[in-house]
Design a protein around this ligand. Sequence first.
Ligand SMILES: Nc1ncnc2c1ncn2[C@@H]1O[C@H](COP(=O)(O)OP(=O)(O)OP(=O)(O)O)[C@@H](O)[C@H]1O
Ligand SMILES: [Mg+2]
Length: 384
Amino acid sequence: MTGRGGERASAGGPATAGGPASAGAAAGPEPAAGVEAPGSEDRVVSPLADADDRLIEGALRPKRLADFVGQGRVRDQLSLVLEGALRRGRAPDHVLLSGPPGLGKTTMAMIIAAELGAPLRITSGPAIERAGDLASVLSTLSEGEVIFIDEIHRVARPAEEMLYLAMEDFRVDVIIGKGPGATAIPLDIAPFTLVGATTRAGLLPAPLRDRFGFTAYLDFYDPAELEVIVRRSAGLLGVALRDDGADEIAGRSRGTPRIANRLLRRVRDFAEVRADGIVNRQVARAALELYEVDDNGLDRLDRAVLSALVRRFGGGPVGLSTLAVAVGEEAETVEVVAEPFLVREGLVIRTPRGRVATPAAWEYLGLVAPDQGGQGQPAGTLFG
Ligand SMILES: Nc1ncnc2c1ncn2[C@@H]1O[C@H](COP(=O)(O)OP(=O)(O)OP(=O)(O)O)[C@@H](O)[C@H]1O
Ligand SMILES: [Mg+2]
């Protein structure tokens, strides 16, 4: 975990997270995601960042809003917010970025600082265990500085209350002493902009959510956008990528730029070792088959969730925690990592009674949904 309270990253230059162990010139270690990437499992389409990703992502991140591909509405709205603030010469509203892993929240936070020409301070919820951790960061901010709190839903309670006051009044109460004799000394802090990121906006307490003047929900990218991202990354990495190769990778990237960039690297390896180094559709297909990435980019976890939902629970409804136990994962991982994409793909719906498989999910597994006349038999046996 990088990003203990108070690490700096320069906003204008290469967007490194500035840890001490920076490995490459432009690629520093990244703040870890809310849910850790599972060890060395071959989950090549996991949206969570592994160590490899964190090293290379710094180099692949777009640095300015204009280079940020997709999320058109968010980009438009944000550019207004930033432009307005620049004109007034004031710090803009606090910004909350929410959405599944790997869609560009950290990237966007760095871009916000860059667009404002402001320094960026990076920390994360788990690093803020006590109010004092937060006070020491906030009290050393310079005017207009951007502070990025990743995984903001994990900030500890006492610090959270300090954050409310800081966000609203640019003030912190520093507590001196203990017990009945303790006194709170109010301390003014420089106006700053907080950028919070979360994969679980639902966990944010309402008073915190309300203090963000601008909330952006990042959604999955469509294949055309991912294709642009993959081409851009290929350019930066010096990969010879053909259009049909880009198309193939984009289509299997699970709507997620991080996965697109990772698949590109795996396919490049394959192209260099088993082919002539050029990534075209045929090479991409062969490589992705080797890595067991399916046509829709569904992950092993996605498939396990679908299969449990359909085969063990008759299509649902089933509660999240029951489903998570069935696939041997934390409920949080299923909810944050697998479910959003399955919902977006129309394979799963969330109902008040639990998760339900859609007919498309049955079909995906080669079965027929019961309400379509079958009882979950293989599709082919129905009509004899
Ligand atoms: N809109 C985009 N255009 C181009 N590249 C992008 C875009 N969004 C994300 N990326 C790429 O995807 C990678 C992952 O993005 P990022 O780290 O910002 O995701 P995140 O939402 O912060 O994920 P997490 O929830 O795991 O922290 C980055 O290295 C970046 O190169
Ligand atoms: Mg991030």
